[in-house]
Design a protein around this ligand. Structure first.
Ligand code: SAM
Length: 227
């Protein structure tokens, strides 16, 4: 019997990871209040103001890894709310531990596929979308797994408010070129710098970026705004 169920193409490979005690403690304490499980296929609307309990500009960070960048940015930017989404559970635990240690109130953490989460957000509800060092999927046959591709970009752009920012960064030159082509090709976006941007002061150097720099790779920031 053949399986005719259509599975979505994922931008990630599920991988197991162990939570340390520090992560597990933070998870037990904060997940019930700050966490959100993204269930594939769930299309119930999600209102950022409802999640955060206040009506403030909302930044979505896709694939925050271990969450250090998210915590640093949220701590320096208390007037905006940061919704981070990640599939890797130790990263979720680490971000929650940072939230507890730093007493941050403007972070919520979603576990699951970012694009499933984005589908549930209202049009125009985001002030910014951050995708820092998304998996590059360098092999040509895997390019379909890349996060920054036309259909995903169209959806992300539609969830931004007019004037809102889509900020991507990568240390993979070929992905940077492909990102530029995709972002330039979206008529609803405008390149805020006319080319690659210097790393904005608000973006800390991320963990993956450090690895790229150590390996001698160039870093590319791409900052676009919704028209
Ligand atoms: C290369 S890492 C970069 C992590 C971090 N931004 C940094 O720069 O250190 C990419 C991360 O994106 C996550 N990821 C990939 N696809 C995702 C998706 N569809 N939804 C949520 N997270 C995703 C992966 O689990 C991984 O942790």
């Amino acid at each position: 019997m053949s399986d005719t169920t259509e599975r979505p193409i994922r931008t990630f490979h599920p991988r197991r990871g162990r939570m340390s005690n520090r992560h597990a403690d933070a998870f037990a304490e904060l997940w019930p209040r700050l966490g959100l499980t993204v269930v594939d296929g769930d299309r119930s609307p999600l209102d950022p103001a409802g999640l955060f309990g206040r009506d403030a500009p909302c930044v979505l960070e896709i694939g925050f890894g271990m969450g250090e960048t998210t915590a640093t940015m949220a701590a320096a930017d208390r007037g905006r709310d940061y919704l981070g989404v990640e599939v890797h559970t130790p990263g979720i635990g680490n971000l929650l531990a940072l939230v507890a240690e730093q007493g941050l109130t403007n972070i919520r953490v979603a576990h699951g596929d970012a694009m499933e989460l984005v589908r549930r957000l209202p049009a125009g509800s985001l002030d910014a979308v951050h995708s820092f060092f998304p998996d590059p999927w360098p092999k040509a046959r895997h390019h379909k797994r890349r996060l920054i591709q036309p259909a995903n970009v169209a959806l992300l752009r539609e969830r931004l408010r007019p004037g809102g920012t889509l900020h991507c960064a990568t240390d993979w030159a070929h992905y940077a070129e492909a990102m530029r082509e995709t972002l330039d090709g979206d008529a609803g976006l405008v390149n805020a710098h006319g080319g690659y941007a210097p790393r904005p002061a608000y973006r800390p150097v991320t963990k993956f970026e450090q690895r790229g720099v150590r390996a001698g790779r160039e870093i590319f920031d791409l900052v676009y705004q919704r028209r």
